[in-house]
Design a protein around this ligand. Structure first.
Ligand code: ZN
Length: 181
């Protein structure tokens, strides 16, 4: 296994790139192992500076002709190191996914809270949560939050308020797509 970059630095590069191959988007799995690629090759004077390193899967890093990992003859030690590396990558990738999900949930409830507090409700319809989640996928958190603040300010009952909120969000999406508003 060719690995010239230490584990700490390697995983810092993976984290920065969200554990995604920058060339094909592959993420760690039983069949995908990530490596670090020197943008400016070592042979041409490239360094191990983090700015010179990107996340690349085995196939992209070694070229299409590279033999699959399983057919490369390995010593027991190399095999054990490979399994350990794969497991560490998958574990760290799941942590990143979990953090991303937690952040999305926090954003969702921050927007929903404005609505619930405005109308003194301690719950919100599932369909409304789905709408907010969908807008958060397509707009920035601050755009969605601002839309709810404006709607809560203007409308004095839940249904018109939520409809107004959706209207603002759709206008923002259309504007971002360059459509007439
Ligand atoms: Zn790749």
């Amino acid at each position: 296994m060719r690995q010239t970059v230490g584990k700490k630095l390697r995983f810092d590069v993976f984290k920065r790139d969200q554990f995604q191959c920058v060339y094909c988007g592959a993420t760690p799995s039983e069949s995908v192992l990530l490596e670090v690629d020197h943008v400016h090759p070592v042979a041409a004077g490239g360094t191990n500076d983090i700015d010179n390193l990107v996340t690349a899967c085995f196939a992209c890093n070694r070229g299409k002709g590279a033999e699959p990992l399983t057919t490369v003859p390995q010593s027991l030690e190399e095999k054990a190191a490979l399994v350990q590396e794969r497991e560490a990558q998958i574990r760290a990738y799941y942590e990143v996914l979990e953090q991303r999900r937690a952040r999305k949930d926090e954003e969702l409830w921050a927007v929903a809270d404005i609505f619930m507090e405005r109308f003194n409700e301690d719950s919100i319809l599932r369909s409304r949560l789905s709408s907010i989640r969908m807008f958060l996928e397509r707009l920035s958190f601050y755009d969605v939050l601002e839309a709810m603040e404006i709607a809560a300010d203007k409308k004095h009952s839940p249904n018109p308020c939520f409809t107004y909120f959706c209207g603002i969000c759709w206008r923002k999406i259309k504007r971002a797509n360059g459509e007439e508003v």
